[in-house]
Write a protein that binds this ligand. Sequence first.
Ligand code: IPD
Ligand code: CA
Ligand code: CA
Length: 275
Amino acid sequence: MTYSTDDLKRFLDIATEAASAGGAVLQHYWGNLSNIQTKGRPGDLVTEADKAAEKEVLSVLRLHLPNHAILAEESGSIGIQTDDLLWAVDPLDGTTNYTHQYAFCGCSVGLLIEGKPAVGAIFDPVHNAMFRAAKGLGATCNREPICVSDAASLADSLLVTGFAYDRHETIDNNYAEFCHLTHLTQGVRRGGAASMDLAYVACGRLDGYWERGLSPWDVAAGVILVEEAGGKVTAYDQSPFEIASGRILATNGRIHTELSTTLGQIKPFTRFAPK
Ligand code: IPD
Ligand code: CA
Ligand code: CA
C-alpha cells in the first residue's frame, strides 16, 4: 500500500506526541530512580523510567491508531500486524547513561513501512530537543531543518559507535574496529544511545556511525532522520540496510565508501577475555 504525504504527516505528528509523552516521564525520573535492574546480560539495565515511559508512548499510539501493530522494547509485540506498518518503540534509549545522569539518551518512536524506516521522532529529555523526520518531508530538530555534515574524509571526521551487550561473548565485539578507526579519524565516540548517535549524525555533529547487535527499536526512528537530513544508511558493505540484521552504517554520505571499505578490511581480534 502507498501512503500519502498527509498520511505521513499524521503519523509523524503521532510519533512526536508519543515521544514527547515518553520524554516527559524521563524528565520526571531523571536523578530520581529507585528501581534499577539487570535484564539479562551484564550492563543491560531496566528502570521504572523505561517502563513508565513505554506505558505513555503506547497509550498515545493506541489512542490514535488502535489497529496498528507495535514492537516495544519492554512489552514486546503488541497487536497483530495486518498491514505493512509496524511501530518500533524504545521508551528510553541509553538506559545506562540515564542511570548515571550522563546526559545522552532519548525516547525513540519509529514507524516501519514494509520493514523500512519511514517516520521517526526522538526526544532528548535532558536538552528538550525533538528530532523528527518522515520520508520525503525532511528532518528537523525543534522544528528547524537539520542536515548532515560536509566532512569528506575519515581524517576529517568524528565518528561514533557502540558495543552490544553480548560483547563479552563474541569476538565480533567491535573492539578492533574501534581501535583501527580511532587511529584514522579525529576520534570515535561511544555515545551509549543508538537513536541519539543517529540524530547527531543527522544534524552534523557527528560524521558517521556504525554498530552491530542492534534491535529494530534502537534505530527505526534514527535511520529516517539521517536519510532525510541528506545522509546515507546501508549495511557495512553498502548493500541495502536491513533492520533485522542489527548492523548499520550511517554517514553524511561523503565518507560512506571510505568507512565501508575500512570496516571491510578489519579483522576481529582473535583473543579476547570472556567475562
Ligand atoms: C542500547 C543503546 C546503546 C547500544 C546498545 C543498545 P538501551 O539501548 O542504544 O548505544 O550500544 O546496543 O541496546 O539498552 O539503552 O535501550
Ligand atoms: Ca535501545
Ligand atoms: Ca531502551
